[in-house]
Design a protein around this ligand. Structure first.
Ligand code: AMP
Length: 249
């Protein structure tokens, strides 16, 4: 079985994101970029499945600018076998990403697509669900445990107030949540080896997908600043303030 893992290049999670002065988006110039953290978890899980003898190949795909190659090389250094970069300088919406991924699935026939539950830049949490719908495949989202069976996969899902375990017939789409695993670091020899692993470059038009945006961003703003709190001496004072000043009781 082949596992397909889509990985997105996003602003590093440690970076304090700044809104552009003209409010059209966030500042990307000279900002550290990394692999979306949930995608690292998806790569790790795919590698563990291959290492357990349940898959032969881990193929990673990124849709993004030329620099997304670095993200793919990171995944190859972690242990993925092969990569495809679908090069575009436009910001592509989840539906178009899902359509490109569907075209790649049609070509590559993976038994499992393992992706992140959401990209931390747009927080959409849509691509996996849309891909499963386009393919007509079962989906297990927010996975905290993935156990492969014979022709099926059991996915334990993190849902409100607990866990739910579903059994999906393969092929299937699974999206990784935070607690699924702890991704490995790439060792220096593996980073060197990754430079020689195959990386194909394509364009969205190679897959016949129109990536024109359907959604227009009107304005991006910083969240309003929190005002300083006050310390009250007694419960009575708290109740008075809540009633008379905040008007919430
Ligand atoms: P989203 O629906 O945008 O929150 O993204 C969910 C998941 O879809 C991500 O964690 C990635 O695994 C995958 N994905 C989204 N955008 C891309 C992209 N440009 N390239 C590769 N994978 C992507």
């Amino acid at each position: 079985m082949k596992i397909l893992v889509p990985v997105k290049r996003v602003i590093d999670y440690n970076v304090k994101v700044r809104v552009k002065a003209d409010n059209t988006g966030v500042e990307l110039a000279n900002v550290k970029m990394s692999m979306n953290p949930f995608d690292e978890i998806a790569v790790e899980e795919a590698l563990r499945i291959r290492e357990a003898g349940n898959a032969e190949e881990v193929l990673v795909v990124s849709i993004g600018p030329a620099q997304a190659q670095e993200t793919l090389r990171t995944a190859l250094a972690m242990g993925a076998d092969r990569a495809i970069l679908v090069k575009t300088d436009e910001a592509v919406e989840p539906l178009a990403i899902a359509k490109i991924l569907k075209a790649i699935v049609d070509e590559e026939n993976p038994g499992l697509v393992l992706l992140g539950k959401q990209a931390i830049d747009n927080d959409c949490n849509q691509t996996g669900q849309m891909l499963a719908a386009l393919l007509g495949w079962p989906q297990g989202t927010f996975a905290s445990e993935v156990v492969l069976g014979d022709g099926s996969v059991n996915v334990t899902r993190e849902i409100d107030g607990g866990l739910e375990t579903v059994k999906l017939n393969l092929p299937a789409v699974v999206s990784a949540d935070l607690r699924l695993n702890e991704p490995r670091y790439a060792s220096l020899p593996n980073i060197m080896k990754a430079k020689r692993k195959p990386l194909d470059t394509k364009e969205p038009s190679d897959y016949g997908v129109d990536t024109a945006r359907r959604v227009t961003t009107l304005k991006v703003e910083e969240p309003s600043k929190r005002e300083a709190g006050v310390i009250v001496e007694t419960v009575e004072e708290l109740v008075t303030k809540l009633r008379d000043e905040a008007g919430v009781i």
